[in-house]
Design a protein around this ligand. Structure first.
Ligand code: ZN
Length: 136
């Protein structure tokens, strides 16, 4: 069984969503297909298709949100890498048993119709990783 099926998207933290959307529209030659706010995370997202993968732009909706904090620490840029999984609960317990630290113990509702779980970068070589499963 394949565990992490593919890179579903790369999340990029931005200060100005409209400016970043204009940049990525130029880069990819196509406008974003969706803008979506995830209120619980204090973030507004914008999604682009790039072949089989996606780019997720993230702008903070509040000064103390996780994206605002990440930009404060490291500036704008790559924020996380998201892997598609077929069974998020199974992968969460497998990775926990492998020594990864889960940032949420239950899958939570993310943007773009997904259940998501994040792995702490300290347990993942300095990279914030996301598992995501399409909600059917
Ligand atoms: Zn993401």
């Amino acid at each position: 069984m394949e565990h992490l099926i593919r890179i579903e998207h790369i999340g990029i933290a931005v200060k100005d969503l409209s400016a970043a959307e204009a940049l990525y529209t130029k880069l990819l030659g196509e406008a974003p297909y969706k803008r979506e706010e995830v209120e619980s995370e204090g973030v507004i997202t914008s999604f682009f298709k790039a072949g089989l993968n996606k780019i997720e732009l993230l702008e903070s909706t509040r000064p103390d949100g996780p994206i605002a904090k990440a930009i404060e620490k490291r500036g704008e840029g790559i924020h996380h890498i998201a892997f598609e999984v077929a069974d998020i609960r199974a992968e969460m317990s497998r990775l926990k048993a492998e020594g990864f630290t889960l940032l949420n113990e239950e899958p939570k509702r993310g943007a773009d119709n997904k259940l998501v779980c994040f792995l702490h970068p300290k347990s993942a070589g300095g990279v914030l990783l996301e598992l995501c499963q399409e909600i059917r």
